[in-house]
Design a protein around this ligand. Structure first.
Ligand code: PPS
Length: 290
């Protein structure tokens, strides 16, 4: 399945045809969630892979064997991608880890009928935009990008692949009452990984002993994950991800947007952000705090 230049438009949102078909997207909306399922939902570049590693290590009680032998897309497949039906045998007696980049307005109806645990991961959108821009340069299944200003405009008006960041974040985070949902931010993971893993493990009803927690923290660090072939995407051939153009595990920092945004771009961003987020009380961490 190459289809590197194919775009699937589904409910008005573009998805890379390399990983999605109309059928796979449609099937995701009809997915029968089980009470034991654990769903990681996120807009791309928000810390998805990091959370996949965290839930793997929690379920393995800090033992890295699974995370070092099975690729993340097999451990926690994306529900809407074409291969997921084959990976997820239903029904399952053990908890299934599932990932999605779909917005809540598409996946919500399927989840409404279940008690599945949802972990929503968000990240400050300036860093998301920068990370996504760099990822477009290496991922050959995403459209070619020209300049950063043009990319930023498309990010802000919601016309990039995977749709609008604003709709995604507002849609999912407004569901803390209707769904069994835990909202975790990239910045929390970055500033307090130990505390975050503890929170996630208690949400998953899998509390860890201190040494299990310590091992989980160790194997979820940026340097550990950057060296782990099962999570750093180096298993993907250059024809699909051009590793000479950058790394998936790129910088892993809060506030990298400051190295990219001009003052003018920042003002433009702020004006769109404040108008689109006026109905939302979420607060974001924009730079590393000492
Ligand atoms: S994707 O393509 O949607 O699955 O990408 P996603 O995993 O959501 O986001 C990738 C960014 O997360 C960073 N990352 C980490 N940062 C710090 N520590 C750890 N352990 C970690 N794991 C992943 C990764 O480097 C990407 O961010 P940038 O800013 O590009 O470095």
């Amino acid at each position: 399945m190459a289809r590197l230049d194919v775009t699937e438009i589904f409910h008005g949102i573009s998805f890379p045809g390399h990983l999605h078909t109309q059928d796979s997207l449609q099937l995701a909306l009809k997915f029968q969630f089980q009470e034991t399922d654990i769903l990681i939902a996120s807009y791309p570049k928000s810390g998805t892979t990091w959370m996949q590693e965290i839930v793997t290590l929690i379920s393995s009680r800090g033992d890295p064997h699974l995370s070092q032998t099975v690729p993340n897309w097999t451990r926690a497949p994306w529900l809407e991608q074409y291969y997921s039906a084959a990976v997820m045998k239903v029904p399952s007696t053990t908890p299934r880890f599932i990932t999605t980049h779909l917005p809540h307005h598409l996946l919500g109806p399927a989840l409404q009928r279940s008690k599945a645990k949802v972990i929503y991961v968000s990240r400050n959108p300036k860093d998301v935009a920068v990370s996504f821009y760099h990822f477009h340069k290496m991922a050959k299944f995403l459209p070619e990008v020209d300049s950063f200003p043009e990319f930023l405009t498309r990010f802000l008006n919601g016309t990039l692949h995977f749709g609008s960041w604003f709709d995604h974040v507002k849609g999912w985070t407004s569901q803390t009452v209707t769904l069994n949902l835990l909202h975790i931010t990239y910045e929390e993971m970055s500033m307090d990984l130990h505390g975050t893993i503890k929170r996630v493990s208690s949400f998953l009803q899998c509390p860890l002993l201190e040494d299990e927690l310590h091992n989980s923290v160790k194997h979820c660090s940026f340097s550990s994950m950057k060296d782990n072939q099962m999570i750093n995407y180096t298993l993907i051939p250059d024809e699909i991800m051009d590793h000479s153009k950058g790394y998936f595990m790129r910088k892993g920092q809060i506030g990298d947007w400051k190295n990219m945004f001009t003052e003018e771009q920042n003002q433009y961003f702020e004006s769109i952000f404040s108008s689109k987020m006026q109905d939302c009380a979420l607060e974001f961490v924009w730079e590393k705090q000492d």
